[in-house]
Design a protein around this ligand. Sequence first.
Ligand code: GTP
Ligand code: MG
Length: 442
Amino acid sequence: MEQRQINSSTICAISTPPGTGGIATARISGPQAIEIVSKIWRGANLTDTKSHTAHFGTIFDPETGQHLDDGVVTVFRGPRSYTGEDTIEITVHGSKWIQRELINLMIRQGAEIADRGEFTRRAVVNGRLDIAEAEAVADMIAADSRTAARIALSHIRGEYSSELEALRNKLINLAALTELELDFSEEDVNFADRSQLLDLAREVNRKVTSLAESFATGRAIKEGIRVAIAGATNAGKSTLLNRLLGEEKAIVSDIHGTTRDVIEDTAEINGLLFRFIDTAGLRATSDPIEQIGINRARQAISNADITLWLVDSANPTLPTEKDPKTIILYNKTDIASAPEGALAISALTDLDLNPLLEELTRQAAPMQINPAQTVTNARHYQALIKASQSSARIIDALQTTLPTDLIAQDIRETITHLATITTPITTPLLLQEIFQHFCVGK
Ligand SMILES: Nc1nc2c(ncn2[C@@H]2O[C@H](COP(=O)(O)OP(=O)(O)OP(=O)(O)O)[C@@H](O)[C@H]2O)c(=O)[nH]1
Ligand SMILES: [Mg+2]
């Protein structure tokens, strides 16, 4: 992709989803934004209007004089806009034709079509957002549950970046203290200082490691907490999946071994996204296809965050191994009773699945997290793993009294790994990699 001159070009795109809607919003950003819109606009004089104000008027084609539509323009003057540049949002009626024509009008007046994520990219280049905050914007757009949105919003607001900033400051402090030790080493203050350095290094390592570990939870929240529905054939697993999803997604029958493939989908429960995975019933079989299904079932169970082991109350089969991530759920209580005190339902007849949903939420409770300290991004996770390793080396080095300059190198390395998470990175390839996941118009 040719790199566009960010400071001199003006970009435009439809920011609402593609297709027909009640209304649609186009965005235009760059030095000529106000000038270009003024040429296709009859209404308030946009050169004089205050920033962050909306105005009703008419969009027209200056070449033919023809009206396109009535609409509302909202003016955001740089640098106090999302992109940091002069930006205008134009809201019109959401016909596909009007949307296309509006973009064509702006292009004829000198605007260029925006690339994916280019508005956000400009926000980064202009210092309005750091990279981690920009990535959180994409997460926010993709958020599928209250918790995922809460984490994304906290990251957009910079709360996560501040956590990283605090760690960076600790490392700088550690570097300074190391220098100090170097200066005084001949006077034998060596020993006392090292224990102080060690405390600081351990604290940094603990925090970096715990951030890296939060990724397991962060990813589960973003992609759905994986709940494998497992158990013997005919226990009612597919029936339960359909109930949880509210649709007839999986085939149900009284023939044992109906489900072969892994069937999954997500549902939001109490603000958390769960990914329910229906699996083949576990039994000894000579059918090679069913055996493949059973292998897949075992794989799904081992990858799951929670296993929901379903038991036919009339014909109970319990798991052979005890596992803290397994919830035992008795089914078919309409035809047979479950043991006293057991979690039990009738997937077929119960209208109320609340006891089960509450148990699932309780199992997922460790996943109710501090948004500012939860990593949801694989790129950040990789940087944190590296920072965790290099900060562990600082501790080792301090304990084995390695020369101070080697310690300083590990400190610098840790700072660099953390910095890649938030600081604008200049390699165009990485920037492109990050922004290609955005939609056009954001
Ligand atoms: N009476 C009663 N029947 C149920 C209940 N839940 C499921 N069934 C019936 O049990 C049979 C098996 O249900 P499925 O959902 O296909 O069972 P499964 O565990 O997915 O079976 P496999 O895919 O073969 O492993 C069907 O006839 C269902 O209608 C229940 O709560 N009560
Ligand atoms: Mg089934």
